[in-house]
Each structure stands twice: as structure tokens, then as C-alpha cells.
Design a protein around this ligand. Sequence first.
Ligand code: PMV
Length: 316
Amino acid sequence: MILGKGHASGKVILFGEHAVVYGRPALAVPVTQVRAEAIVEAGSRGEGLVICAEDLDEELPLDGAPADHPLALVARLTLAHLGLKTSPGWRVRIRSTIPIASGLGSGAAVSAAVARALAEAAGRPLAPATLSAIVFEVDKLHHGIPSGIDNSVICYGQPVYFRREHPPQFFPIGQPFMLAIADSGIASPTRAAVADVRRAWESNPSHFEALFDQIAAIVEAARLAIGSGRPEALGPLMDRNHDILREIGVSSPALESLAAAARRAGAGGAKLSGGGRGGNLIALVTRETAGRVDAALRAAGAANVILTTVEPTDGS
Ligand code: PMV
């Protein structure tokens, strides 16, 4: 018997990754084509809570699970919030179509789905801000010191303009636009990229601060272009943001050849998205160019390409 269900979409960062860790703004949007789902069912008697990550073939009894296991942590934090002191005899089954460690927010979406399903099973749905705070705690295991952008966009399910330690702002989408999201096929933990950027920043803070300021200006211009229905203006901004990310040291040969292929095939612009090194590249496309850019990205080595339309949501 199903006691509760929860799901959450993936996300992409449009502009501002890495600089957002240093207090600059960033823009991110949900990607509804991929998502994580969790279902809570009645378990066997006396078993306590058992979490089953079906895609990974992993079964984790909560009692005795390590404190730093992300699934155990999200379950413990949620049960504590719900005031359930001992783990109930439930099975939580998780499935996700979001590629892992590729910048689409798989960790945060799985956490959000699990927390939502547990809360529904307990008859006490979580407010987005509460959910977001729980997911943020778990994201610290994945990311080290996350900025908070992933949990915000995923838990609110809306386009967000995000600044560290500020409540997320939701921004309007003046006119829908299309993105091709190409998975480089290279799993790249965000934590490592963020740590490398930190070391580089420590060795030359003024140079890096100047680069982050340039990214902040791009984010503001992009927010205006999106809000006023001029998505075609995003292409050159994506190219510039990508150039700066390369200078920061988070691009890679695979991402460079994907970006070049997308631009050659007619994309309005292209940039890496998320932590970088591997993970995803996003390219601005239209109905006319989408097919060509998709094919070019695959020919240039993309493991998968998702075409998504960024559209106004209820709250934007
Ligand atoms: O790799 P992703 O998409 O989870 O995003 C990481 C974004 C960074 O700015 C590099 C880190 C952060 O915590 O914001």
C-alpha cells in the first residue's frame, strides 16, 4: 500500500555557477524532462525504515546507516522535523531519470523527493522553505560548501535568481526559449571543482574577484533579457560566461568540443553548466536549429542530449 509519494525535477544553472559560491548572483531553472520520484510503502514488521535506491540496486536500513550517507541523512532530518523519533516500519523506493554527478541536480532532487514522500506518509506536507533547508543540509555532503542554488530551484520548482544567504527570488520568463542540454558523459563531482577553484582564488584573489564580477554583470543582463522577452540576447552572454569559466579552470577538452560543435550547428550560444570539467553543456537553440544542434552534439561525443523549453511557471 502506498502511504506517500514525492517527486522533484532536475535543474540547470543558466548563468553564474562558481561565482555564486563567492556571493555573486546566479540564475537556474527547473528541467522537468528528468525527475526523481520516491514512494513510501508499508514495510515488513519490525524492520524500521528501509530506503531502496532501485536504479543503484541499493537497499539501506536506516538503523545503523552511516551518518554521512545522503539518503540516511535526508530521512533522519525529515523524520526529526516531523517529530517521528523512532523510524517507522516503512519502505522508501526511489527512482530517478536524472544523470548522477552531471550538473542536473540529481542529489538535491532525490533528497527532495524522499523528504516529500516521507512527509506525505506522515500526513504533514513540507513547506518549500522547510524542504529547501533539509535538502541544503544533505547537499553539504555532495558539495562541501554548497551555495544553496540547487536546493532552492529544485524545492521551489521555479526559475530562481539566487544569491548566497538571501531568500531565493523568482524571476519572470517574458518569452519561452529552448535549450539543448548535452551530457558530456564525464561524471565530475562538483565538490572537486569547487575545491580547485577555491585554491586558485586563494593564490590570486584579486584576479578571481574581477572574473566573478564580470559573471555577475552577465547574470544581471541575462535576467533582464529573459524577463523582457529577448531570449536571443542570451546567446552572446552564454558564450562570454563560458569563456570566463574556462579562464577560471573548470572547462575541459570534451566541453570545449561540445561548445564548438553546438555553435557551428547554429546554436545562439553555449556554455558549460554546473560544476564543470564534465557534466553538462547548455546551448541556446530554436525550433529551427534544435535538430541540427542535437545531432551535432551527439556527433561530437555527447552521451545524451535533452531538449527543454524554459517557460513561465505558475509563480513566474
Ligand atoms: O554541479 P551543479 O549543477 O550541482 O552546480 C554547482 C554549482 C556551483 O556554483 C559550482 C557550486 C554551488 O554550490 O553553487
